[in-house]
Design a protein around this ligand. Structure first.
Ligand SMILES: Nc1nc2c(c(=O)[nH]1)N[C@H]1C(S)=C(S)[C@@H](COP(=O)(O)O)O[C@H]1N2
Ligand SMILES: [Mo]
Length: 300
């Protein structure tokens, strides 16, 4: 087995987190408006307490590196993330291979503190840095007739020890309806706590859709295709009766094998009580309109 670099929590990580928290306190002191702007808009201005850097980067799901929660932090160190290109194709005016640097030079980065709810009924709060997916799609120029957006994760068996097992049909793929993709809450994240996003969290850029179960937020994206019909998605292909295309967080629609009414907060401690899960993970005001007239127990 090849040498693996294991990312450890260094003094710099702790310093960055402390600096970030300090900066936030200063911003909050400047008044509600500044604090709201810093948190990335009204939806995030309610004072969410982010999880620690350590929690966010050591308890992960990234099955290409193994199915254990600590496998991604242990084994993702070998993933080559530079150079990196994202192929944008399909129903766009300017298809092509966009380099990570090219994308970063054209996008506006913002900090967004979002709730993150896994379908397995645990949750965190993550201070992402990223840009709106709508801006990237705008760069490529979405054509009329486009209805969905498909995403694909990098597939490198020599760097990803988990893909030797067919746990899922690799590469990992995901999809959104075009209006979901264009919603201002939907971002491509490139950082956490103001630092580059670690490999175990989906470096160098990953999707974050905060009102949907975590598996929709596909990591290490290498391809974005604008298409006219609903694209296949990894978990739906593997088990369609348990994982639907929409996968909106919904406390009233249980997973066939467990309740979705409550969640375990990571870092809550051994004796913490479970927290009630919020409709659309707390983003109902922003996204409920996308699903007007749809039966959410059928379109789960
Ligand atoms: N390519 C890829 N993306 C993925 C996954 C994965 O296994 N492979 N796991 C998903 C699941 S189930 C969750 S909960 C989140 C976890 O993100 P985090 O490790 O940053 O918390 O990533 C999602 N994106
Ligand atoms: Mo998940």
């Amino acid at each position: 087995m090849a040498f693996r670099w294991t990312p450890d929590l260094t003094e710099k990580d702790v310093t960055d987190e402390a600096a970030w928290l300090n900066r936030r306190q200063i911003m909050a002191g400047l008044g509600g408006l500044a604090a709201a702007g810093f948190a990335g808009g009204a939806h995030a201005a309610e004072g969410l307490e982010p999880n620690s850097w350590e929690e966010i980067t050591s308890y992960n799901n990234y099955y290409e590196f193994g199915t254990g929660k600590d496998d991604p932090a242990r084994y993702a160190g070998d993933l080559t993330i530079a150079p990196w290109t994202v192929k944008i194709d399909g129903l766009v005016d300017r298809p092509g291979n966009y380099t990570f640097e090219d994308i970063m030079s054209k996008m506006t980065l913002e900090e967004r503190i979002y709730r993150f709810r896994c379908v397995e009924a645990w949750s965190m709060v993550v201070p992402w840095t990223g840009f709106e997916l709508a801006d990237l799609l705008g760069l490529a120029g979405v054509q009329s007739g486009a209805r969905y957006v498909a995403f694909e994760t990098v597939l490198r068996p020599e760097e990803m020890p988990g893909v030797s097992r067919r746990v899922l049909d690799w590469p990992y793929v995901e999809g959104l309806r075009l209006d979901e993709a264009m919603n201002p809450l939907t971002i491509m994240a490139t950082g956490i706590y103001g630092r580059d996003i670690p490999r175990q969290n989906g470096a160098p850029l990953r999707l974050v859709v905060p009102w949907k179960y975590g598996f929709k937020s596909i990591k290490s994206v290498v391809r974005i295709s604008v298409v006219d019909s609903e694209p296949p998605t990894a978990w739906n292909k593997s088990n369609p009766s348990e994982y639907g295309f929409y996968s909106n967080v919904n406390p009233q629609v249980d997973h066939p094998r467990w309740s979705q009414a409550t969640e375990r907060e990571i870092g809550g401690g051994l004796f913490a009580s479970r927290k009630p899960t919020l409709m659309f993970n707390g983003y109902e005001d922003e996204v409920a309109g996308l699903y007007e007239g749809m039966d959410l127990s059928r379109n789960f």
